[in-house]
Design a protein around this ligand. Structure first.
Ligand SMILES: Cc1cc2nc3c(=O)[nH]c(=O)nc-3n(C[C@H](O)[C@H](O)[C@H](O)COP(=O)(O)OP(=O)(O)OC[C@H]3O[C@@H](n4cnc5c(N)ncnc54)[C@H](O)[C@@H]3O)c2cc1C
Length: 551
């Protein structure tokens, strides 16, 4: 192929799948050879929100895409595929049966360079006619990158076709009609690319590509770590299948519990965040399963969370300054503590509160903790320690394998009480421990110092009399820290300061602005529905049902 042959570029971003992929479908339909690429960009990898755990997941997901494409190009018949890919024939049966013999599905070319540099150098080799990708609602670093790519496309005469990502809509002024648009997207046909017709551009692997792909990626990206969820579309479908056919039964009883949620929640979040699954695929899978397996209430609660996913990202899409600034400017004048020692105790899991410490350590080791405990961690930092949310938000981003900027920053602001529109929820970690880990099993799993502490004291080890501390050879302040704050005092003080801050004029004006921009207007029918039902079926509020009530 010479440089006068027009080609299309399929740019994989946070959409690491081959199914329900509108840009790939459109790139194939455009009829030109397609060059599929993905870039590990040094500028994005240097962003403080990211960590090895994210890039390992992306690396695994890309390896999975290339494994699938290799199998398709080898035209292996469905029955010969190993159990690793037993789900593959489901979508690609035609290609696997040999209908795509004329075309090589090829591979995704993975660079370790800025995308703009890759595009510039590719443009010297090929006539790039168009770029196809999903719209990304990302951090400032990727937003700026996308603006640079758009400018590059304009100067080069390249058309950049961007496709809606999940239920998030660009350039929306307010939320009038948003729920109906979301439903329409979720119920519309999936956009499966005709992979058997993909005419893939093949770069010279040992020549041009080797010279231009950039430095080797860090070796750890390629080393699996079994403590974390593995990346890839194949794994995503496995989690989805086991969720909708079996694990859904556990949802209601597990959602709030740090231990039980590890199996009894879907655990689909990293696959959704990195695009190994689209929200539409998940929504439609649960619609089908609901008819087959029942558990309608559990499925309804799950479906409402799929909508929250897009609802929160939509907020960030509309107001991305919340990565750096208080969403309600009326809180800019609030004075927060600046206590590095307290922050460090929180960030490393040494606060003296077993549930806080167990959750943080579990998160550090495995990349996952359930919603309620995420909210509790943020509440502990911003309410009980009264520290600013910013540093803590970045710390948690690096720990969540499922880090999704839109959900993360919108949730952080809400949990920290920075919206001025939601109830301030100050979580009591002792109560959470009693309610959701009564025997201290989870706590002991992650805070081994507490191994010998009797259940009677596991939630508040500092209440253990000295005599018993001697008896169990466990000493507060020596084997495990004394609590770093007095919860009753800090909870009261946080509520007082946050609510009094809401009274300033800027906070009030901002509240109105925020509601106008981000809240989903209630319809008359919604207003007549009982609250619980409303939350499950048509959430007009931001507040996940499991946090209703004072904590
Ligand atoms: C401070 C804070 C930060 C968070 N940061 C992230 C993040 O970076 N990435 C992320 O995916 N989720 C985030 N969440 C939301 C939520 O905790 C996770 O989505 C959920 O725990 C993932 O587990 P799951 O897939 O088993 O959830 P399930 O209960 O099985 O829910 C299914 C899917 O619905 C979506 N979802 C569930 N709960 C919420 C919610 N409260 N808000 C928005 N979407 C939701 C997710 O995509 C999730 O995968 C955050 C919550 C808090 C309080």
């Amino acid at each position: 192929m010479d440089n006068s042959t027009p080609i299309s570029i399929l740019w994989f971003k946070r959409d690491l799948r081959l199914r329900d992929h509108a840009p790939l479908q459109a790139a194939i339909a455009a009829g030109r050879p397609v060059l599929m690429l993905c870039c590990f960009e040094p500028s994005v990898m240097a962003d403080p929100n990211y960590d090895l755990r994210h890039w390992r997941f992306v690396h695994e997901s890309l390896a999975d895409l290339n494994r699938q494409l290799t199998r398709l190009s080898e035209q292996k018949p469905a029955e010969n595929q190993d159990s690793d890919h037993e789900w593959l024939p489901f979508v690609f049966a035609d290609a696997a049966a040999g209908n795509g013999a004329e075309h090589q599905p090829g591979r995704v070319w993975v660079f370790h360079r800025e995308v703009i540099d890759v595009l510039t150098e590719l443009a010297q080799q090929y006539r790039i006619e168009a770029i196809f990708s999903h719209e990304e609602t990302g951090l400032k670093v990727t937003y700026d990158r996308d603006k640079a790519v758009a400018a590059w496309c304009r100067t080069q005469g390249v058309t950049w076709h961007e496709y809606q990502c999940n239920g998030v809509i660009r350039r929306l002024k307010d939320r009038e009609g948003w729920p109906a648009l979301w439903q329409k997207t979720m119920r519309s046909d999936q956009q499966h690319p005709a992979i058997d017709q993909l005419d893939s551009v093949s770069l010279d692997a040992d020549g041009w590509f080797a010279a231009h792909r950039g430095p080797d990626l860090p070796a750890e990206f390629g080393l699996p770590d079994s403590r974390f969820q593995p990346g890839g579309e194949a794994n995503a479908h496995r989690y989805l299948q086991s969720w909708v056919t079996e694990r859904i039964a556990l949802y209601g009883a597990s959602i709030s519990k740090p231990l039980e949620s590890r199996k009894g929640c879907s655990r689909l979040s990293p696959y959704i965040a990195w695009g190994c699954l689209s929200i539409r695929q998940v929504f439609q899978a649960q619609l089908v399963a609901k008819e087959a397996v029942g558990f309608k209430g559990q499925f309804a609660a799950f479906a409402s969370r799929l909508r929250w996913h897009c609802h929160f990202i939509q907020k960030f899409e509309t107001e991305d300054r919340m990565e750096f600034e208080n969403v309600n400017r009326g809180f800019d004048s609030i004075e927060k503590n600046n206590d590095p020692a307290a922050y460090k105790a929180w960030a490393t899991g040494h606060t003296g509160f077993p549930m806080v410490d167990a959750c943080m350590r579990c998160l550090m080791a495995t990349g996952y903790i359930n919603f309620r405990m995420r909210a509790m961690l943020m509440s502990f930092l911003t309410h009980h320690l009264f520290q600013h949310w910013k540093e803590g938000a970045v710390h948690l981003s690096t720990l969540f394998t499922d880090f999704e900027p839109g959900i993360h920053y919108a949730q952080t602001q809400m949990q920290a009480g920075m919206t001025g529109t939601n109830t301030v929820r100050v979580y009591n970690p002792v109560k959470q421990s009693h309610d959701h880990d009564p025997q201290g099993v989870f706590v002991k799993m992650w805070v081994p110092e507490l191994q010998n502490v009797p259940v009677a004291y596991i939630h508040e080890p500092w209440t253990m009399p000295l005599l018993e501390q001697d008896m169990y050879d466990f000493h507060i302040g020596y084997d495990y820290p004394a609590p770093i704050v007095d919860l009753a005092v800090t909870a009261r003080e946080a509520q007082r300061r946050l609510y009094s801050q809401r009274k300033n004029e800027v906070a009030k004006e901002e509240k109105d602005r925020i509601l106008k921009k981000h809240a989903i207007p209630r319809t008359f029918a919604d207003k007549k529905k009982p609250k619980e039902k409303l939350v499950a079926e048509t959430p007009t509020s931001d507040e996940p049902e499991e946090t209703v009530g004072v904590e």
